[in-house]
Design a protein around this ligand. Sequence first.
Ligand code: ADP
Ligand code: F6P
Length: 328
Amino acid sequence: MGKKKIKRIAVLTSGGDAPGMNAAIRAVTRTAIHEKISVFGVRQGYAGLISGDFIPLGPRDVGGIIHQGGTLLRSARCPEFKTEAGRNKAFEALQAHQIDAAIIIGGNGSQIGAYALSQLGFPVVGIASTIDNDLVGSEITIGVDTAMNIVLEAIDRLKTTAASHKRAFLVEVMGRDCGYLALVSGISGGAEVIAIPEVPCHPEDIAAELKAAYERGKSHGIGVIAEGAKFKAVDIAAYFREHHERIGFELRVTSLGHVQRGGAPGVFDRFLATRFGVAAVEALVHGEKNVLVGLLKGKISKTPLSEVITAKKPLDTDLLKMAHILSR
Ligand code: ADP
Ligand code: F6P
């Protein structure tokens, strides 16, 4: 029994956008066309799959986007796709357009959706893309590096104003369930304290670290707080509003928000997204399906979606100890 030749594929971006998604769309489109496969872009993630919002993509349609942030195809969170009825509609739309396989560029939730589509008998290949870096099957995902550089620039800038006023700043960064962004950018930015969802941290712990830094004579204190940490930056600040002597420094909060997801991807994300896009099409050409294209041990890897969606990515929480030592 020979493998079915893929003639038409769909590509979509889903969930939180990530810098580099466009580079992945470009690589998918041009590689597929090189392989004589027609490409259809699906607008607004799974919502476009359900409504049948498909556009043909040619090499020129993906020109001039490699350096752009966001996603040409737009993205969405689509609750309807979580229902069986929604997924059946999507399946019918794919069949109506005679699509043989779909490439799903997105994070954890999006890959759960991809797996659910594969369970209807529709071949899919996922591409690991989220600034959260919470996907099993890829040690790094598209967008993380650019987002961390944005966080780092913000920390560097905040340090100069903090030092001028002998203040501490709590910098809130993204990361719903995963502290990777906070941990790596906190260490690289020389933060005095880092709070992540994986390790419970009380406001008193943060105050103690900042107070110790104050007493060591530091002119500034930086606390990097993941949005998913047990206590949010604003709550910690409110807790100490009346008692800033317990911190030493005067306290301010900066929430970086969506600025972390915007703007042009750096070289790392453009190259990673390009390699992932090429690998996803090649996987389909070679008859592989229902896998996530990612990076493991520095090499392009393919992990069954069934494994990706059932495990939680471990975070090296020992890095917190390292951050503590280095901030002395
Ligand atoms: P991300 O992919 O960035 O983690 P979300 O978690 O919001 O973003 O997921 C993106 C989309 O993936 C959701 O809006 C939904 O359409 C789809 N999705 C998420 N979880 C499921 C699920 N359990 N079943 C089917 N589709 C899902
Ligand atoms: O999943 C990526 C992410 O940026 C998370 O870090 C954050 O919690 C969430 O998306 C924000 O979602 P929205 O863009 O819908 O506000």
